[in-house]
Design a protein around this ligand. Sequence first.
Ligand code: 0X9
Ligand code: ZN
Length: 442
Amino acid sequence: MKNIFISAVFAFALAGTAGNAAARPAGEKPASISFEQLLNHLKGGSVNDISLPEAASEIAILEDLKNDDRLWVTVSASDKYARTLLLEIGMDIAEVGEKSVSGFIHTPELVTLSEKGYVVQSRQSIYGYAKQYLKDFPAADGAYHNYKETTDVLQTLAAANPEIASLFSIGKTVEGRDIWCLRLNTSAKGEAPSQKPGAFYMGNHHAREHLSNEVPLLLGAYLLEHKNDTDIKNYLNALDVYIVPMLNSDGVEYDIAAGKYRWQRKNMRVNSDKSIGVDLNRNYDALWCKGGASHTPSAETYCGPSAFSEPETQAVKKFVEARKNLKTLMSYHSYSGLLLYPWGGKDVPVENARDRKVFEKMGAAMAGLTGYKPEQSSDLYVATGDTCDWAYATAGIFAFTTELEGNGFYPGVAIIDHAVSVNIKAALYMLRVTGNPYKLAE
Ligand code: 0X9
Ligand code: ZN
């Protein structure tokens, strides 16, 4: 991100910070970052334009993974019940096939796999797994936005569009980073309440899913750049739009620190047994840890010591509970090209027929725009404590999970253009129905 940030941040510094517009010469608009600039930059990321330490070598990256006890395994599992049990053992499922799943598991959990009768079709160390992909990593990561770069973009966008945009922190992570929220509203700024129907977009519950930050971040840039287009102008006049692109910034920074990838999923909580991390998408209070999650702290699907034990999910809880106007929510994850809706924590359809119709119609429409597959979350696997089940159960919000496209957690820069453009279409559809989602059930 060097080039763009040298100019944009410099312009931004000259223009003053988000709350300090007075430092700007009178009448001069703060410089912004355009959507096209961001996208072109992401498309054109090169090895010479990376934010990883440039001395980091492939050898150093691999050496670090030699001490990591995770294995990449393919295990026979032909239905969602078998997949759910694997999550409970602690498996971090990344790919779902017809008869098997693949993902990470800690070496000691292999014993439980065989005790429960699972057939491990193949296994390799995370070190061996990483070697196949390694040459793409530095360039890919350099084009993606890390925490500081994300913060800079958000601040620049807010400062350049003061009549409609504002930026505030909804809370802090375990390690004390602000969780930034970009708000688009023509009449209310910052944390001031609004009666307008609200839409909420979030990314990066899971650290290594870096594409899930880019999509909502670029959505913010796109909406501001097109704020005078007829449709978008109407949405922005009528709605209260919130974007939190990077919830788990501690995990993101850990995942990319020191020039190496760590396949970090969870947050950076130091657990009682000194293992690291709680799975934030198992930590919400929706049938918390009743299925598809693990009570074992070292497991990748660890639900935490209690529901909402984590400051990141606490921040979302407070944010949602304070905004009764929220109608729709999109939580971006990666990867597999799915558009998921509740329930995810239980294997029954949403009981309320009207709501179910809205979920199905919205899911199908957004899937049509992205080319992803729409389905009830629990058809992937039953997993309790996720964002969307909680947001719907507690606040009646039409909440969706998008599993973005790709064939790995580090898909490189080439994928971003398509992922962003189709998901912006789906995000605009979500805005179109946020005023009254129940119209879809008429
Ligand atoms: O398991 C998750 O949290 C999500 N998949 S990911 O690969 N990004 O980790 C899917 C959540 C879908 N929700 C439920 N099935 N409950
Ligand atoms: Zn995820």
